[in-house]
Design a protein around this ligand. Structure first.
Ligand code: UD1
Ligand code: CA
Length: 464
C-alpha cells in the first residue's frame, strides 16, 4: 500500500477574524484551532506530516509540543496552492498519497478521512476532493459537475458567476492527492483570478486537462467540514463542539443540570454520578472523580479532584489537588500548588495558594492561606491570615496537627506552630510555638462606663 503523508495548511492570517492572533491559534474547546485537525490526522499514523506556517509562525509552532511534524515556512501567503508548494522539498522523495487539511476546519472526523483515503486508493485517482451539500453554501468554493455528473472543476465564490453561486455542493478544503501529481500540477497553477492567489483546488482542472482520474467523496455530516473564518463561525463551532462533549459525558453517567451553560474542554475527564450545576467551566487537564457535586458557577482549570468532593456555589480553582470527601465553598479560591487532604473543609471567602492542608482540617471563613503547610484535624479560625510576603520576599508557615487557631490571627512568616498548639483569638504570631503550647498577645481590655453618651454630648456641643 502507498505511504500516507499529511500536509496541514496553517500559514494564513485569518483576515476575517480581525485579530492580532493568527486564526489557527484562536482556541476552540480550549485548544488552538489547528491542533484539532492535526490531532485527527495523526490518528491515521501518517509516514510523515508537515504543517505550513507563516503568520505568527513561531507562536503556532510553540503550540504543538510533540516533535513528530515538520514545520515548513510560507513567507508570503500567496494562496492555498502556494502553501502546499512550500512542502515540495520536504516531500521530494515521497511517492505516496498526501492528505491535505486546513488548519481552520477543526471538526473533520477520523472516519471521514479514512473513507476519503480509501476511496482515493480504490479508484486510483490523482486527486480526491471531500465535498459537502449545504443549504447555505456561501463562502465556500463550489463543485462544478458535467452532464455525466463527474467533477469538472472547482470555482471560488469570488470568481463564481450568479448561476454557479446557486450550486449547493461545496469544496470542504480537504483532499487526498498522489504526491508526484500534486507537486507537478501545482507548479502549473496560475493566479489569474479575483484574489490573485494560487488556488489549491485548481489542481482539479490541471488533472482533468491531463486526463487524470479526479474523484469526490461527499461528507455524511456537513458539520464536520465547517470552516472557521469569522468569530461568529468560531462561536457557532464552539457551541457545536460543546454539545458533542457534553453529550459524551452525559452518556458516560455524568449529570449536567444545564448543558447549555456547561463548558467542558476536550481534555477534561469526569467520573460517574458526578452532578454538575449551571455555569460551570471545566478547563485544561482537569480530572474529576466519581459522585462529586458541583453546585454551579465553578471555574476550574487543571484541577485534580478525587471522589465525593463537594464544590458549593461559586468557586475558582487552578492547578490544585483535592482528595476524597473535601467540601469547598461557597465563594472560595484555590490557587496553584494547593493540596487539600481527605475531608478538608474550605468555607466562604477563603483563598489558598500553595497550601498543603492535611486530612480533616478546616478553614471555614474569611481566611488567606498562602505558602503554608497545615497538619491534620487543625481548625483555622475566621479571619486568619498567613502574612507570607514582606514586600520583598515570600516566606513559609507551618502549622501542626490538631492546632486551634483563634479568629483574627496573623501569622508572620516564616513561622512554625507545633502540634496541639492553641492560638488565642486576635494574636499576631511572630515566633515559632512549640508543641502543645498556648500563644497569646497580652493586651489589657479596658471598659469606660458611660463613654458613649459623654462623647455624643461633646460632639453636639462642638457643632454649634
Ligand atoms: C478554502 C478553499 C475553498 C473551500 C474552503 C473550505 C481555496 C482557494 N479555497 O477557502 O474552496 O471551500 O477553503 O473551508 O483553497 N492558508 C495558507 N496559506 C495561504 C492561504 C491560506 O496556509 O497562502 C491556509 C489558511 O491558514 C487556512 C487554509 O489555508 O488554514 C484555508 O485558507 P482560507 O483563506 O481560509 O481559505 P477559504 O477562503 O476558506
Ligand atoms: Ca477557511
Amino acid at each position: 500500500m502507498p505511504e500516507l503523508g499529511v500536509i496541514l495548511l496553517a500559514a494564513g492570517q485569518g483576515t476575517r477574524m480581525k485579530s492580532a492572533l493568527p486564526k489557527v491559534l484562536h482556541p476552540l474547546g480550549g485548544k488552538p484551532l489547528f491542533l484539532h485537525a492535526l490531532g485527527t490526522a495523526q490518528r491515521l499514523c501518517p509516514a510523515r506530516a508537515a504543517v505550513i506556517i507563516g503568520h505568527g509562525a513561531e507562536a503556532v509552532r510553540q503550540a504543538y509540543t510533540a516533535n513528530d511534524v515538520d514545520w515548513l515556512i510560507q513567507d508570503r501567503q500567496l494562496g492555498t496552492g502556494h502553501a502546499v508548494l512550500c512542502a515540495t522539498d520536504a516531500f521530494r522523495d515521497f511517492l505516496g498519497d498526501v492528505l491535505i487539511l486546513s488548519g481552520d476546519v477543526p471538526l473533520i472526523g477520523e472516519s471521514t478521512l479514512r473513507a476519503l483515503v480509501e476511496h482515493h486508493r480504490s479508484k486510483r485517482a490523482a486527486v480526491t476532493v471531500l465535498t459537502a451539500l449545504l443549504q447555505k453554501p456561501n463562502g465556500y468554493g463550489r463543485i462544478l459537475r458535467g452532464r455525466d455528473g463527474t467533477i469538472s472543476g472547482i470555482v471560488q465564490e469570488k470568481d463564481a458567476g450568479a448561476a454557479q453561486r446557486q450550486i449547493g455542493e461545496v469544496n470542504a478544503g480537504v483532499y487526498v492527492a498522489s504526491a508526484p501529481f500534486l507537486f507537478a500540477a501545482l507548479s502549473s497553477v496560475k493566479n489569474d483570478n479575483q484574489q490573485q492567489e494560487y488556488y489549491l483546488p485548481d489542481i482539479v482542472a490541471v488533472g482533468l486537462a491531463q486526463g487524470k482520474s479526479i474523484e469526490t467523496v461527499q461528507v455524511a455530516d456537513a458539520r464536520e467540514m465547517m470552516g472557521v473564518n469569522t468569530r461568529e463561525e468560531l462561536a457557532f463551532m464552539e457551541k457545536s463542539l460543546r454539545e458533542t462533549i457534553n453529550r459524551k459525558w452525559m452518556l458516560a453517567g455524568v449529570t449536567l443540570k444545564d448543558p447549555d451553560t456547561t463548558y467542558i474542554d476536550e481534555s477534561v475527564t469526569i467520573g460517574k454520578d458526578t452532578v454538575i450545576g449551571p455555569n460551570t467551566q471545566l478547563r485544561g487537564k482537569t480530572v474529576i472523580g466519581e459522585r462529586c457535586q458541583i453546585d454551579g458557577s465553578a471555574f476550574l482549570t487543571d484541577m485534580e479532584i478525587g471522589d465525593e468532593v463537594q464544590l458549593k456555589f461559586s468557586v475558582v480553582m487552578t492547578g490544585s489537588r483535592i482528595d476524597n470527601g473535601a467540601v469547598i465553598g461557597p465563594f472560595a479560591q484555590l490557587r496553584p500548588g494547593t493540596h487539600l487532604g481527605r475531608n478538608v473543609h474550605i468555607g466562604n471567602f477563603v483563598e489558598a495558594k500553595a497550601a498543603e492542608i492535611g486530612e480533616g482540617s478546616k478553614a471555614s471563613h474569611l481566611t488567606y492561606l498562602g505558602d503554608v503547610t497545615i497538619g491534620r484535624d487543625t481548625n483555622i479560625g475566621a479571619g486568619t491570615i498567613t502574612c507570607n510576603y514582606d514586600g520583598f520576599k515570600k516566606y513559609k508557615s507551618k502549622i501542626g496537627d490538631r492546632v486551634q487557631v483563634g479568629s483574627d490571627t496573623t501569622l508572620i512568616a516564616p513561622v512554625t506552630l507545633g502540634d496541639d498548639v492553641y492560638v488565642a483569638t486576635a494574636s499576631t504570631v511572630r515566633h515559632d510555638v512549640p508543641d502543645g503550647a498556648l500563644v497569646f498577645n497580652p493586651r489589657e481590655e479596658k471598659v469606660r462606663a458611660g463613654w458613649t453618651e459623654r462623647k455624643r454630648q461633646q460632639m453636639k456641643g462642638s457643632k454649634k
